[in-house]
Ligand binder design. Structure first.
Ligand SMILES: Cc1cc2nc3c(=O)[nH]c(=O)nc-3n(C[C@H](O)[C@H](O)[C@H](O)COP(=O)(O)OP(=O)(O)OC[C@H]3O[C@@H](n4cnc5c(N)ncnc54)[C@H](O)[C@@H]3O)c2cc1C
Length: 430
């Protein structure tokens, strides 16, 4: 994406035609290559003031505004024909509080940029997902998560945010405004442009990795004990011998991976003098070095969230679907666990959750598979990952999100004219 810096001058902010160096006619495309847009203007603010100038310009010109983080969402969240704000230059840790276990960062800070600075202060993020390339505001906006039955999503750790609202003002939301904070925790970019956030973090910790390759019967036999006994437990069930390689994962040496699981267990290890180990399948290292995988080859995903009580049944329903109707789907099915939280539009309010991720190959016609998976999973009251392909509608949200009306009220208070909506988010949250 070609971008331009926005000048910080009040005269430029007043002009009807945006002065150079606004970017124009730039096509934006996401990581997976399945979403693109040609915004009227693309801006890359370097300061809060430049971000504010961009939003005020959009308000005067009657243009909608969307922010883009690292572009790793495969749902149509970022598209706009108005002003696209590339937040990557607003990056960096702005403060840490080891006593209260808090960290502040600019909105465009990528997750991997938290690792070293937090560690030096004796702190670490409580959990992380499969990659660490997302910007923190992007991760928060879709309730990005890792795995661990006692661990919440990134959004559940948000304690304060500074943002630009739809009036073109900079406002703050803290723990004294729980109603607004729970809306901001997962907002899909619709409350405004996040500038800076504060997260609850943990004392730093080392993780011991353990990779195993059980058969499906062995996976189900220890289902609950694995969930309960490990800080992080997750697995990728492989329908075919070659499934692991599709995600660049090493298969089991000397064993066919067909109907086996590639399981990951990460538990806290007490070590001295940084005795880290790079042994494959048994790494021991600082937490933030253990979590992220590679995933350099693009793929498209659908990810649904069901209550733990029906997690195993839901996974088996998906396996049946693949075996009986979509045997051409060879990617592993990933299964993870996330603790309940209170964000109004989070996938996790009120229920400890089993996460089921279906991965497909770009360029193939996977739509019937995703539609069938959506249909099969309806029996389990699924919520959906906002940053992945899904089939959620407003009426489904009304059934599944008890605080949907509260979220929409808060959204309208922050952005009464809906300048931060696009077609996708208007249909869901307008
Ligand atoms: C390879 C890969 C691995 C992944 N692994 C996981 C995983 O393990 N767990 C998981 O839960 N998800 C995972 N995801 C999904 C990913 O975490 C989410 O889609 C996340 O939102 C992407 O962050 P981003 O910075 O790329 O945001 P984008 O995709 O660029 O944007 C996402 C949303 O955030 C909004 N936004 C971004 N910045 C701001 C801002 N400053 N102010 C207001 N709104 C903003 C955008 O408008 C948009 O609505 C993965 C995706 C990929 C491609």
């Amino acid at each position: 994406m070609t971008t331009a810096h926005l000048p910080h001058t009040s005269s430029s902010a007043r002009s009807a035609t945006p002065p150079a160096p606004f970017g124009t006619d730039v096509t934006w495309t996401n990581w997976g290559g399945n979403q693109s847009a040609t915004p009227a203007f693309t801006v890359r603010p370097r300061t809060e003031q430049e971000a504010l100038d961009a939003v005020r310009f959009a308000i005067r010109e009657g243009l909608p505004v969307r922010a883009v983080g690292s572009g790793h969402s495969s749902s149509p969240l970022v598209q706009t024909g108005g002003v696209l704000m590339d937040m990557s230059a607003l990056s960096g840790i702005t403060g840490t509080d080891p006593v209260r276990r808090r960290a502040r960062a600019l909105a465009g800070t990528t997750i991997n940029a938290f690792g070293d600075p937090l560690w030096e202060q004796g702190l670490a993020l409580a959990n992380q997902g499969d990659i660490d390339k997302q910007q923190i505001a992007g991760a928060l906006s879709t309730s990005t998560h890792g795995s661990g039955k006692d661990l919440g999503s990134f959004s559940s750790s948000l304690r304060w945010v500074k943002l630009i609202n739809g009036y073109g003002e900079i406002v703050e939301i803290g723990e004294g405004q729980l109603r607004e904070l729970r809306a901001a925790q997962v907002a899909l970019g619709t409350l405004g442009i996040f500038l800076e956030v504060e997260l609850a973090v943990e004392d730093r910790y080392y993780l011991q990795e353990q990779i195993t390759y059980p058969t499906w019967d062995e996976t189900t036999a220890t289902w609950q004990s694995d969930i309960d006994a490990n800080r992080h437990y997750s697995f990728l069930w492989c329908p075919e011998e070659g499934s692991c390689e599709l995600l660049d994962l090493p298969g089991a040496p000397g064993l066919s991976m067909a109907n086996r699981s590639y399981t990951k267990r990460y538990n806290i290890a007490q070590i001295q003098d940084e005795q880290i180990s790079g042994t494959e399948g048994a790494r021991l290292d600082r937490s933030y070095r253990i979590y992220p995988g590679g995933f350099t080859t693009p793929f498209h995903e659908l990810e649904y969230f069901v209550p733990n009580e029906v997690g195993l049944s839901a996974v088996e329903a998906v396996q049946d679907l693949i075996r009986t109707k979509h045997p051409d789907q060879k990617y592993p099915v990933e299964v993870r666990w996330v603790k309940a939280d209170e964000g109004y539009m989070s996938q996790f309010p009120g229920r400890d959750t089993t996460v089921i991720t279906l991965t497909t190959e770009p360029g193939t016609d996977y739509w019937q598979f995703f539609r069938d998976a959506d249909s099969v999973l309806q029996d389990f009251e699924p919520r959906a990952h906002w940053g992945k392909i899904h089939f959620m509608t407003r009426s489904r949200l009304e059934r599944l999100y008890p605080e949907l009306d509260t979220f929409i009220q808060v959204r309208r208070e922050f952005d009464p004219r809906g300048i931060f909506l696009n077609d996708h988010t208007r249909a869901l949250l307008g």
